[in-house]
Design a protein around this ligand. Structure first.
Ligand SMILES: C[S@@+](CC[C@H](N)C(=O)[O-])C[C@H]1O[C@@H](n2cnc3c(N)ncnc32)[C@H](O)[C@@H]1O
Length: 279
C-alpha cells in the first residue's frame, strides 16, 4: 500500500510534531529527498502517487528523525552561505548564526587582499569554504582535532573547487607561522547546560558543542594563544554564546587585543567578538 504526496507529508508532519518546531518542513524536506525533487515539486503535484520504495524510504527516514536525527544528517546536506555542503554525524551541522562570523571576517578580508587566515575547528569546512568563495585571494589554513571532520571538509572544498590547506591539530599544537586573521567557532556550551540534552543536539558530536564545565575552556585557549600566531595588528574573530560577551572581551583585552568589538545576531544577541592585536 502506498500514499500520495500530500497525505504522506501530513503523515510525516503528525509524527515529527512531538520532536520538532518545524514538523511540516521536516516532512517536506525528507520526502523531497526521497523522490529526488524540490519542495516546490511537492506543492505542484500533491496528488501524485509515491512508488512503494519511496514511501518505504520516507517512513524509514521519519522513524530516524524521531530518534531524533538532524535533517542535515538524514539528507547528507546543508546549505551555508548559499553553498551546498555535505554533512555527516562526525561534524556539527553548520548553523545560520555562524554566517554572522563569516560576514564579520569578510569585512576584514576585503580590506586585506592576499591575507593569510587560520580557521580553528573547521567541522564541515563551512567557514573556510564560504570565506574562500567570497574572497578568493585569501590563503586559508583550516584545522580540526577530528580527522573525520577534515576528510568531510576536504570533500566539500573539492566540490566547490577550492584550494585550502587542512591540518589536523589540537588548537595550535601543529600550527607554525603567523597569520593576518584567526577565526573560530569553537565549542562553547557548558557541559552542565541542559540544552545539550534538547532538540537535535544529542545527535551531534559532543566535542563540537562543549569544551568542558564552564563552556569557556576552548575560548580561553584560543584567545591566550592567538597572540603567538598573529602578525602585529592581526585580527581574532570568535563566535561565542550570547552570554559570554563580557568574558570574551575581558580575555581579549587581557591578552593584548585592542579595538575589541561585538556583533549582534538577527535576534539582537551578542554572538561574535573581534579584536586586533596591538602593534
Ligand atoms: C562548534 S564546531 C564548529 C564547526 C564549524 N567551524 C562550523 O562553524 O560549523 C567546533 C569544532 O571544533 C573542533 N574542535 C573541538 N576541540 C578541538 C581542539 N581541541 N582542537 C581543534 N579543533 C577542535 C570540533 O571537532 C568541531 O569541528
Amino acid at each position: 500500500m502506498s500514499e500520495q504526496i500530500d497525505s504522506a507529508i501530513e503523515w510525516g508532519r503528525a509524527r515529527c510534531a512531538g520532536i520538532s518546531d518545524t514538523p511540516k518542513l521536516d516532512a517536506e524536506l525528507l520526502l523531497a529527498h526521497c523522490i529526488g525533487k524540490t519542495r516546490s515539486y511537492l506543492y505542484s503535484w500533491p496528488e501524485q502517487q509515491l512508488t512503494h520504495n519511496d514511501w518505504q524510504q520516507f517512513q524509514s527516514l521519519i522513524t530516524r528523525r524521531l530518534e531524533p536525527t538532524p535533517i542535515a544528517y538524514l539528507v547528507g546536506e546543508r546549505e551555508f552561505f548559499s553553498l551546498g555542503l555535505k554533512t555527516s554525524p562526525a561534524a556539527l551541522v553548520p548553523r545560520p548564526e555562524t554566517e554572522l562570523l563569516v560576514e564579520a571576517t569578510l569585512a576584514v578580508c576585503l580590506q586585506q587582499p592576499g591575507a593569510d587566515l587560520l580557521e580553528l575547528g573547521t567541522g564541515t569546512g563551512a567557514i573556510a569554504i564560504a570565506l574562500k568563495v567570497e574572497c578568493p585571494t585569501i590563503e586559508i589554513v583550516a584545522t580540526d582535532i577530528s580527522s573525520h571532520c577534515l576528510e568531510l571538509a576536504q570533500l566539500n572544498a573539492v566540490r566547490h573547487k577550492l584550494s585550502i590547506d587542512w591540518i589536523r591539530s589540537d588548537w595550535f599544537t601543529q600550527i607554525d607561522g603567523r597569520f593576518d586573521l584567526i577565526v573560530s567557532n569553537p565549542p562553547y556550551i557548558s557541559a552542565t547546560d541542559t540544552a545539550l540534552e534538547q532538540g537535535d543536539l544529542p545527535a551531534e558530536p559532543i566535542a563540537a558543542l562543549s569544551p568542558g564545565p564552564t563552556g569557556l575552556e576552548a575560548l580561553e585557549v584560543i584567545i591566550a594563544e592567538s597572540p603567538n600566531y598573529l602578525k602585529p595588528g592581526g585580527y581574532l574573530l570568535l563566535e561565542h554564546g550570547y552570554d559570554q560577551e563580557n568574558e570574551v572581551a575581558g580575555l581579549m583585552r587581557e591578552h593584548g587585543f585592542v579595538n575589541v568589538d561585538c556583533k549582534l545576531d538577527l535576534n539582537g544577541l551578542p554572538r561574535v567578538s573581534l579584536g586586533q592585536l596591538g602593534k
